[in-house]
Design a binder for this molecule. Structure first.
Ligand code: IPM
Ligand code: MG
Length: 357
């Protein structure tokens, strides 16, 4: 029996998680996988209920779970809170508390959506890469950090710091993944300016020696930002530090056609946290328009990485493709001649497709 902690979170989080659960349960039934669910609070809803964006109880349950499914956290209601009490801090503390140091963000184009992206079809056709974003280090956690008054001025400060072991462990995962894919790792840094990047590059080169079958390339982050939309097919596995990965993965969503489509898996020593890469979308909360596919594909990753259920994972991904190919679309990816459906209906269609796979 696998235990899944469900963190619905804020904004459209609960709406997309509901559909993710629907599909997860459909796949579990179809493949005879026993699952047990428990709900916990994270983010703004947790602040409202307990004053803390990551209550002790949530962390404890997540530690005991086999996997965690998360919607999204944050929203205008909590935007005026000081940094350390914001909903997002709850998520960052959760990632850190569970040592989920590797954030995987697969990016690919669904053939039926080739013309949804503002990028030209022949640029994105066939793009298929995986971003390995370091998730528990760098600017997000480095100290010293804070805002201080120094004489007349206030100073805001963050620290970009990486240790050898932090770089080694994410790099190894990236190389392992590449050796099962097209055997190319692109390491993204800013080694022409940053000391942390110089260490990053040196350590990645060292790790590469253990993977003679994989080609390693280095690219500066500014150039990478351009190459991702100029020629995305050149990438297989991208490995990079926390902040660069955050920025590049939003950019990469343009290739897929909508940020609502991209899933993520955060992995570490054990367990795993699965969440769409999008935010809480306050502008469409409650309208039933949110795209649940990012969450549904996150559920596929949960099946694959935490439950080792490759068949169920593939079935979910195939179901998503099939429903899109049938012309069903949420509003963010609609095109002339397609059938626009709401969040719930999209979840139903995909769950049905999983069951008949
Ligand atoms: C993401 C998000 C988070 C991050 C926010 C919500 C803290 O943008 O998962 O990409 O910056 O990591
Ligand atoms: Mg982000």
């Amino acid at each position: 029996m696998a235990t899944i902690v469900v963190l619905r979170g804020d904004g459209i989080g609960p709406e997309v998680v509901e559909e993710g659960l629907k599909v997860l349960k459909a796949a579990a039934r179809r493949y005879g996988i026993a699952l047990e669910f428990t709900e916990a609070l994270l983010g703004g809803v947790a602040i409202d209920a307990t004053g803390d964006p990551l209550p002790e109880e949530t962390l404890r349950r997540c530690r005991e779970a086999d996997a965690i499914l998360l919607g999204a956290v944050g929203g205008p209601k909590w935007d005026t809170l000081p940094g350390d009490r914001r909903p997002e801090r709850g998520l960052l503390r959760l990632r850190q508390g569970l040592e989920l140091y590797a954030n995987l963000r697969p990016v690919r184009v669904f053939p039926p959506l080739l013309d949804v992206s503002p990028l030209k079809r022949d640029v994105i056709d066939g793009a298929d890469f995986m971003i390995f974003r370091e998730l528990t280090g760098g600017l997000y956690y480095g100290t010293p950090r804070g805002i201080e008054r120094r004489g007349e001025e206030e100073t805001g400060m963050d620290t970009l710091i990486y240790t050898t072991s932090e770089i080694v462990r994410i790099a190894r995962l990236a190389f392992q993944a590449a050796s099962k894919r097209r055997k190319k790792v692109t390491s993204v840094d800013k080694a022409n300016v940053l000391m942390s990047s110089q260490l990053w590059r040196r350590v990645v080169v060292r790790v590469a020696q253990d993977f003679p079958g994989v080609t390693l390339e280095h690219i500066l982050v500014d150039n990478c930002a351009m190459q991702i939309i100029r020629n995305p097919r050149q990438f297989d596995v991208i490995v990079t530090e926390n902040m660069f990965g955050d920025i590049l993965s939003d950019e990469a969503a343009v290739i897929a056609g909508s940020i609502g489509l991209l899933p993520s898996a955060s992995l570490g020593a054990r367990g795993g946290l699965y969440e769409p890469i999008h935010g809480t979308a306050p502008d469409i909360v409650g309208t039933g328009q949110a795209n649940p596919i990012g969450t549904i594909l996150s559920v596929a990753l949960l099946m694959r990485y935490s439950l080792k259920q490759e068949e169920a994972a593939t079935a979910i991904e195939t179901a998503v493709e099939r429903v899109l190919a049938q012309g069903y679309r949420t509003a963010d990816v609609k095109q002339p001649g397609t059938q626009v459906v709401g969040t719930r209906q999209m979840g139903d269609l995909i769950a049905q497709a999983v069951q008949t796979a």
